[in-house]
Design a protein around this ligand. Structure first.
Ligand SMILES: [Zn+2]
Length: 485
């Protein structure tokens, strides 16, 4: 892990230089063709596609060399390493793999594209799919406003393309755009293959947001249309992965293009909360959306991450299980709140019964419990007066360490660690580090506590987000320990 860092830095420098050359070329071409707007725009698109290809390949290479550790199935690290290639679902339905899949349905009257992947991978995905058909794109259907689904929308859209999305799509894009610098910094901790904010090429077409749908669907609304003899339905399915979820349904073929509605794997406990940070998601709406999708009786589910699932019975069983698991967690949380239990108590107590057991590598039950609590009650837990004021307990850590003495605190931290109480160890270590940020004994204990948590995460739920976070904190701890030497 340590030895990979200088390489990664050198490589990033190289990427930045290549980008500058490509961007300079793109700008020169744009100026040269200023008199001919259409040609200029076409060339600009091409130049930007080329730029994205270079960055995309560099990002994949960086992760390929970084080691990345034993990421679990469906992890972001695995996703960026996946080769971009075309897979066939039917003669007229293909998708390009990537961090986010891009689906293309070809018809005699032009094509429909469902979700458009990550901007870093658009160039490769477009090239791959246009080898199957380069007919005009008549419709682009976007499952939601996340960056790994709308990255290519501006590139796929032609003069006459109609974009279809949920009616909240623009509002979700608005808040994600307004908070982009903050969210970008958070995401980059979890997804280290993202280029640094200052190093990302700031090209108009690559910027997040600005995608305006021509047709929208409301919650649980169905928009039906035909193209080239194929029947399509876009359905608003709010709940998991944001308020603006929509799916694409082919009623005759019984194929459901689910975007992120189920998460990257099927079935799994959904991300009704994402620790990356986002607006709170609504579990009861998700249950209602699931009921609607159950009525459709899909025979194939094509998600926008990883592979399709086939088989009406298997799909039905999976959907029922997801719905009942979410309902169970919701109802248990509400019952616990009414019984006067604390949110932490409920996070510890509520677990899925065996018949509803689902993998939790994407969404987690305990985080969902906390999210449901917050969704209904907000941030004030009525536990302490201090919650009401902008003076967190951390503000007294340094003074506390001064009174208690580092030796006594470190002895306590070691005791906790020996008892396997990794989180309590971290609490004490944070008190010591508040007064003495470079304390190597405290940092060493922090390292061991994080490793203990990482080991437990890998042996237990294998939750990707938890694993990414712990890996990032371990790297940060190592950097501090090295800096102190
Ligand atoms: Zn996604």
């Amino acid at each position: 892990m340590n030895s990979a860092r200088p390489n990664a830095n050198r490589q990033r420098g190289g990427i930045a230089r290549v980008l500058l050359v490509v961007i300079a070329l793109a700008l020169a071409a744009g100026l040269y063709l200023a008199g001919n707007e259409d040609a200029g725009r076409g060339l600009k698109k091409q130049a930007q596609l080329k730029t994205m290809e270079v960055i995309g390949e560099a990002a994949a290479r960086r992760m390929g060399q970084g080691g990345g550790g034993a990421a679990s199935h469906g992890s972001a690290v695995d996703l960026i390493r996946r080769p971009i290639e075309v897979r066939r679902i039917a003669d007229n339905i293909h998708y390009a793999t990537g961090v986010g899949n891009t689906v293309m349905i070809t018809t005699a009257q032009g094509n429909l594209v469902f979700d458009t992947g990550l901007v870093l991978q658009v160039a490769q995905q477009m090239k791959a799919l246009q080898a199957v058909s380069d007919a005009p794109v008549r419709y682009i259907v976007l499952s939601h406003s996340h960056a790994d689904h709308i990255g290519g929308a501006k590139f796929w859209a032609g003069e006459d393309t109609q974009i279809i999305a949920h009616e909240d799509f623009e509002e979700e894009q608005r808040y994600l755009t307004e908070l982009e610098p903050y969210q970008y910094a958070r995401n980059r901790i979890l997804f280290p293959w993202m280029p640094a904010w200052e190093e990302r090429p700031d090209l108009e077409m690559m910027r997040y947001g600005g995608v305006v749908p021509d047709i929208t669907v409301g919650d649980w609304e169905r928009h039906a249309f035909t193209l080239g003899g194929i029947e399509f339905e876009v359905i608003g399915t709010p709940g998991a992965e944001g308020a603006d979820n929509a799916v694409l349904w082919l009623p005759r073929e019984k194929i459901l293009f689910s975007g992120d509605f189920f998460g990257p794997q099927f079935p799994q406990f959904p991300n009704i909360f994402t620790m990356r940070g986002e607006k709170v998601r609504k579990p009861v709406e998700y249950i209602r959306s699931l009921d609607l999708l159950l009525e459709l009786q899909p025979e194939v589910i094509v998600p926008s991450h990883l592979e399709p699932t086939r088989g009406a019975a298997e799909i039905r069983a999976g959907m029922v299980k997801i719905r009942d698991a979410v309902r169970y967690v919701h109802d248990q949380t509400v019952a616990g709140m009414n019984a006067g239990k604390s949110v932490y108590q409920l996070m510890r107590e509520i677990t899925l019964p065996p018949e509803l057991d689902l993998v939790q590598n994407h969404g987690r039950v305990d985080w969902a419990v906390r999210s449901i609590w917050d969704y209904y009650m907000g941030w004030f837990r009525f536990e302490s007066t201090t919650e009401l004021y902008p003076v967190p307990v951390r503000d007294i850590y340094a003074d506390l360490a001064g009174v208690a003495g580092n030796e006594a605190l470190l002895t306590l931290a070691r005791t906790y660690l020996n008892e396997g109480a990794a989180v309590k160890t971290l609490h004490v270590v944070e008190v010591v580090l508040a007064g003495d940020p470079g304390n190597s004994s405290a940092l060493g204990l922090r390292r061991r506590a994080l490793e203990m948590l990482l080991q437990a995460a890998r042996a237990g739920l294998r939750n990707d987000y938890e694993i990414y976070w712990l890996q990032a904190r371990l790297a940060d701890t190592d950097a501090r320990l090295e800096g102190g030497r």
